[in-house]
Design a binder for this molecule. Structure first.
Ligand code: ADP
Ligand code: MG
Length: 256
């Protein structure tokens, strides 16, 4: 049974179709990989899906949500349960790791961020809950984030910034987690560890869609892979089906 259903999604920039008639159904509990050369529309898909850009046509449905979620605003889409990371990292640099996570989780507190800022009754309870939850999320990454929790984000290694981004998306309790090139800047050992981290996240009940160039990472992590080129789906299937498709070899893998 699908959790997310993307129907004929199209996005133009001027005359260029960055994403064209894109269809995708994602099952509850799946880890789906999206590959494709630079400029093939991968990030545009996430941008449209999260309401950052308005689609030109198409619909997206999330299970148990009645309307097309593209009619909703970005912050509402997060509370419905779709959360993302960015290809270009955007932590709040002067906040600590823990504070970054607490900002990311405010949409799940009863009072929300205004109640916290105004120190309304209930805000303390929210804060205690959120702090515990942020610690639990950090623990998915072993000691990597926990040992740095009071450090400002600017002080983190590249790999830890990636982990922080993922953790920050997770504290909002997504049903669907969107990861845009999460291994960028990681060495092979760190990427391998990230496969395990994402598997653990998935086992906790989060459905994952991941954009990635590293085919080893994709092979280890994803049950199903979608290949894009010029904004269109070339093929979708298992790793070997996609890896051996002539158009994928030509468009993507032949590039290197
Ligand atoms: P990918 O993530 O696969 O590398 P993108 O989705 O970022 O590709 O881009 C797809 C196409 O859309 C590219 O040709 C890119 O230049 C164009 N594009 C993406 N975002 C914008 C934007 N904000 N304005 C204009 N063109 C854009
Ligand atoms: Mg991109």
């Amino acid at each position: 049974m699908w959790l997310l259903s993307v129907r004929s999604l199209t996005k133009y920039f001027g005359g260029l179709s960055a994403l064209k008639n894109f269809d995708l159904e994602v099952e509850t509990g799946e880890i789906v990989g999206i590959i494709g050369p630079n400029g093939s529309g991968k990030t545009t898909f996430f941008n449209v899906l999260t309401g950052m850009y308005q689609a030109d046509s198409g619909e997206v449905f999330l299970r148990d949500v009645k309307e097309n979620i593209l009619t909703k605003r970005t912050h509402h889409i997060i509370t419905l349960g779709i959360s993302r990371t960015f290809q270009n990292q955007r932590p709040f640099n002067n906040l600590s790791v823990l504070e970054n996570l607490m900002v990311g989780g405010h949409c799940r507190t009863k009072g929300g961020i205004m109640s916290a800022l105004l120190k309304l009754p209930g805000a303390r309870r929210d804060r205690v809950w959120l702090k515990d939850w942020a610690h639990e999320v950090m623990s998915i990454f072993g000691d990597r984030l926990l040992s740095m929790k009071n450090n400002p984000a600017w002080n983190l290694s590249y790999a830890n910034r990636r982990r922080l981004e993922i953790a920050r998306a997770l504290v909002s309790k997504p049903r669907v987690l969107l990861l845009d090139e999460p291994t960028a800047g990681m060495n092979p050992a760190e990427s391998l560890q990230l496969v395990q981290n994402i598997q653990e996240i998935n086992q906790r009940g989060v459905t994952v869609i991941v954009i990635e160039h590293d085919m080893n990472f994709i092979k280890r992590l994803c049950q199903r892979i979608v290949a894009l080129d010029y904004g269109e789906k070339i093929i979708e299937g298992t790793y070997s089906e996609v890896r051996n498709h002539p158009k994928v070899i030509e468009a993507y893998l032949g590039q290197d």
